[in-house]
Design a protein around this ligand. Structure first.
Ligand code: ADP
Ligand code: MG
Length: 653
């Protein structure tokens, strides 16, 4: 069966048991073979070839699926009348049959019916997977750390198995179904028997997979990846035991619990080791790498809740996709509620992974309720404060670690500056900047300490690539006066910083805005005098350029260049306009820059001495065009520019 984009469903949301949409079975009495969608084959290929260095992650994936299924069933029994008395005996059983070369993963979770099996295992109904495929090209495919971030899911089991059978019965339904596949061509589905609800995944291990049919090995791996799964995981295997009486070792079929099965985040910090936290992170995030840091908070009093937040070492790849995966799971009294609620943290903190566990929310809290829930709003506000203040102390105490953080997330902090007014001051302290005074990145606090005595404002330049900004004529005077200027070369900078007026009572000013600051005024030559002196030339230029410019005036910011353009405070710059247009805004008024000329420049002096002729006409345009070019603005009429250039060239040879 094929389905269109719009039918693609987000997985992992607790759903009511449901049969086929039309109430009919898909099964037609003949065990039919179905083909995988192309994406599945592609994905399988990728998994096998890219993840090969970590085939053991199949274990983590299958256990986390079982744990999800148990979470979903528990949620049902707590919230749905029809499931109130449904027996819930959560456990995950892993069984090794060395002789047969099989591994079995069985859970007592929500299970799947025929429809679910086809939908969940037969197609990749997961938006994340599509992103995953499109993101990975060339070398990225070989980087299993990247791939690990996505959690490749059920299909990873085909790394170690050449045939998989899933026998499952959905909670509340009688009929069980068996799905089986070689993972290459397609799958078969047929009716089956199963005593209780849940799913049993039977792996026929392939050559590579054989090593996992070993009790000790598996024990270690379960501990490594799933120690803090909240449900007990039992392992059944042939254990060899030394029999002291008979003086030989015998094998005994043994079943034992291998994981701690506690909600780690509810245990006191003092009992937890770094390893515990890292394990937990890996099991909830699917990341291979250790997190950069984590913040574990237990709040008691007005509201009771626990939060455990992690910052991934690498920014998740889907951060800038509109359908990014939410990284924080909501629990109520240790019961998993949902993992796709975007309300839990503000959007700019979407890189955070972890858990919020509240004692005060109702178990049947719905998405709609969440949106306006006061309890959640308070937890959210406190969580943001907590995360930002922890980051601030890391910035102060572990600057090198903080650099790693900034390398990944600076841009998201800027997003916060734009959207989170309440935490603006803290965010301004956390963001790092390029600058004309230092290599690498710097903070506003540092910039402040470098301000010259009497300097009134902090300056920045936006609107283009770093090299363009660094060579802009607008910076000449600042260089000359040794005033630091921040280089804001990120696309979002102009929008974000046009809304930020101050840092700790100090004005933040863009150098390409028309009003010149007190820091630049040169007392020796009052502006009015200059204007008077240059009047004849200014008049010529005005006539030549006409409507193209808003005004022409002598500049106080130029040292080596003859001209530059600036904009009024309230007017968006040219780059900003281009961006607004690219974002689909139609009615973007064309901005009119003000042309400033350098009264002390040789060219300007010479022009002043000339009477009006065709050369001053050309010169007017060339002063304007070169200013545009240096701002990275494409010339409106390149042909005319070249003609003028040639005329002037002709004069000078
Ligand atoms: P994900 O877990 O990210 O959704 P998977 O490929 O691991 O992706 O699993 C796909 C889907 O198959 C799950 O979302 C779930 O609906 C279903 N599924 C997998 N394993 C089980 C299980 N043991 N019990 C019930 N449903 C399962
Ligand atoms: Mg999964």
């Amino acid at each position: 069966m094929s389905r269109s984009e719009s039918e693609i469903r987000t997985p992992q949301r607790p759903r009511r048991p449901r049969s086929a949409p039309d109430g009919q079975s898909f099964y037609n009495g003949i065990m039919s073979k179905r083909e995988f969608q192309t994406e599945v084959s592609q994905l399988l290929h990728l998994i096998v070839h890219s993840l090969y260095s970590h085939p053991e992650i199949f274990l983590r994936e299958l256990i986390s699926n079982a744990s999800d299924a148990l979470d979903k069933l528990r949620h049902l029994t707590l919230t749905e009348e029809a499931f109130k008395d449904f027996p819930f005996q959560p456990r995950i059983d892993i069984e090794i049959d060395e002789a047969a070369g099989t591994l079995t993963f069985a859970d007592t979770g929500i299970g799947m019916n025929e429809y679910d099996l086809i939908e969940n295992l037969g197609t990749i109904a997961r938006s994340g997977t599509k992103n995953f495929l499109s993101q990975l090209s060339g070398d990225a495919r070989k980087d299993s750390n990247l791939i690990g971030q996505f959690g490749v899911g059920f299909y990873s089991a085909f790394m170690v198995a050449d045939r998989i059978e899933v026998t499952s019965r959905k909670a509340g339904e009688e009929q069980a179904w068996r799905w089986s596949s070689d993972g290459k061509t397609g799958f078969e589905i047929e009716p089956a028997q199963r005593e209780t609800s849940g799913a049993t995944i039977l792996l026929h291990l392939n050559e590579e997979g054989k090593e996992y049919a070993n009790g000790w090995r598996l024990r270690d791996l379960v501990k490594k990846y799933s120690n803090h799964i909240a449900f007990p995981i039992f392992l059944t295997y042939d254990k060899s035991e030394w029999n002291a009486e008979e003086k030989k070792s015998t094998t005994v079929r043994t079943t034992e619990q291998v994981n701690a099965a506690s909600a780690l985040w509810r245990r006191p910090k003092s009992e937890l080791t770094d390893e515990d936290y890292k394990e937990m992170y890996k099991s909830i995030s699917g990341d291979f790498q250790d997190p950069l840091f984590w913040f574990h908070t237990r709040a008691e009093g007005n509201l009771d809740y626990t939060t455990l937040f992690y910052i991934p070492a690498k920014a998740p790849l889907d951060l800038f996709h509109s359908d990014y995966k939410v990284g924080v799971k909501l629990y109520v009294k240790r019961v998993f509620i949902m993992d796709d609620a975007r309300e839990l943290l503000p959007q700019y903190l979407r890189f955070v992974r972890g858990i919020i566990d509240s004692e005060d929310l109702p178990l049947n809290v719905s998405r709609e309720i969440l949106q306006q829930n006061r309890v959640l709003a308070s937890i959210r506000t406190a969580s943001v404060k907590k995360i930002l203040s922890e980051l601030k102390s890391i910035a102060a105490n572990q600057p090198e670690k903080y650099q790693e953080f900034v390398a990944q997330y600076n841009r998201l902090l800027k997003e916060g500056l734009y959207s989170d007014y309440a935490n603006r001051e803290t965010l301004l302290d956390l963001i790092r900047f390029k600058s004309t005074k230092v290599d690498g990145l710097t903070s506003l606090a540092e910039v402040k300490t470098r301000m010259a005595a009497g300097q009134k404002s902090i300056y920045y330049i936006t609107g283009g690539a770093e090299n363009l900004l660094r060579t802009s004529p607008l910076l000449e005077i600042y260089r000359k006066k040794e005033i630091e200027v921040l280089i804001l070369d990120d696309e979002v900078d102009e929008i974000v910083f046009s809304g930020v007026d101050k840092y700790e009572e100090i004005d933040l000013k863009a150098v390409n805005k028309a009003s010149t600051s007190d820091d630049l005024k040169d007392e020796s030559t009052p502006e009015a005098d200059e204007t008077e002196r240059l009047k004849p030339l200014l008049e010529h230029l005005k006539t030549a350029l006409g409507d193209r410019v808003k005004d022409i005036r002598p500049s106080v910011r130029l040292a080596d260049s003859p001209s530059c353009i600036v904009f009024d405070e309230e007017e968006p710059s040219l780059q900003m306009q281009q961006m607004l247009r690219a974002m689909g805004q139609k009615e973007v008024p064309a901005p009119r820059p003000t042309l400033e000329i350098n009264p002390h420049h040789e060219i300007v002096q010479k022009l002043l001495a000339r009477t009006d002729d065709s050369l001053t006409q050309d010169a007017a345009f060339m002063l304007f065009d070169q200013a545009l070019l240096l701002e990275g603005v494409p010339l409106p009429d390149p042909a005319a520019f070249v003609q003028r250039l040639n005329r002037v060239l002709n004069h000078s040879i």
